[in-house]
Design a protein around this ligand. Structure first.
Ligand code: G3P
Length: 211
């Protein structure tokens, strides 16, 4: 399973990339704003640290603007993947980028049909936001399962990138459901490693070894 880190904080990316468990990075306008930096500079730095896909989102909402912005972002580094919103213009842009050999991550996906359309247009990744579906009383995980079935039915090459992951349970669930990728916030990556019995067990082993 592929793990991306969902952050625009350079120090976090460095720390977790060193652990060896991070294969790429996803950013979005909220994460970039939170980091206080400039998108182009952040993506450039991320590409120097991580040898893997780095999602950079366009702010334009019209087709021409998305193509212009996305093409500029794609020039930063070959690992940059252009994140476009799941809209009509976003879908058209996905198709254009696909024809021009630029990888895309179609974001803000909340239904299996949206994922299907993105896959038909050659999206490299679709990002179903499972936490935000849970927030409104739906079951985000069910969406991952549905998309998985549809993509398997038709052998789509588009990868399922489970996003809006909020808990360690989410990580386990999307792995069980066969999501290709999970993008995980730094705080959660730390929590994944922890189990109280591991700490207690280690303490006992070390104490016994001293006897
Ligand atoms: O990758 C998208 C993700 O950052 C959204 O997460 O927690 O804002 O719904 P959240």
């Amino acid at each position: 399973m592929i793990f991306f880190i969902d952050t625009a904080e350079i120090d976090d990316v460095k720390e977790f990339y060193d652990w060896g468990i991070v294969d790429g990075v996803t950013t979005n306008p909220s994460l970039i704003a939170k980091s206080g930096g400039n998108q182009k500079e952040i993506i450039t730095k991320l590409a120097e640290i991580v040898d893997g896909p780095i999602s950079a989102e366009v702010l334009a909402t019209d087709f021409d603007g998305m193509i212009k912005e996305g093409s500029e972002l794609a020039k930063i580094h070959q690992n940059v993947v252009i994140k476009v919103p799941m809209t009509i213009d976003g879908l058209k842009a996905t198709y254009w980028f696909h024809k021009n050999h630029i990888r895309t991550n179609v974001t803000l996906v909340f239904s299996a049909n949206q994922a299907l359309l993105a896959a038909k247009n050659g999206a490299s990744y679709v990002s179903p936001f499972i936490g935000r579906l849970d927030d409104i009383g739906h079951t985000g995980l069910e969406l991952i399962r549905e998309i998985k079935t549809i993509f398997d039915n038709y052998n789509f090459e588009t990868k399922i990138l489970a996003a809006s992951i909020r808990s360690t349970q989410h990580v386990k669930d999307v792995a069980l459901a066969g999501s290709d990728v999970a993008t995980i916030p730094p705080k959660l990556l730390k929590q994944l490693i922890k189990h109280p019995l591991t700490d207690i067990g280690l303490e006992k082993f070390l104490a016994d070894a001293k006897k």
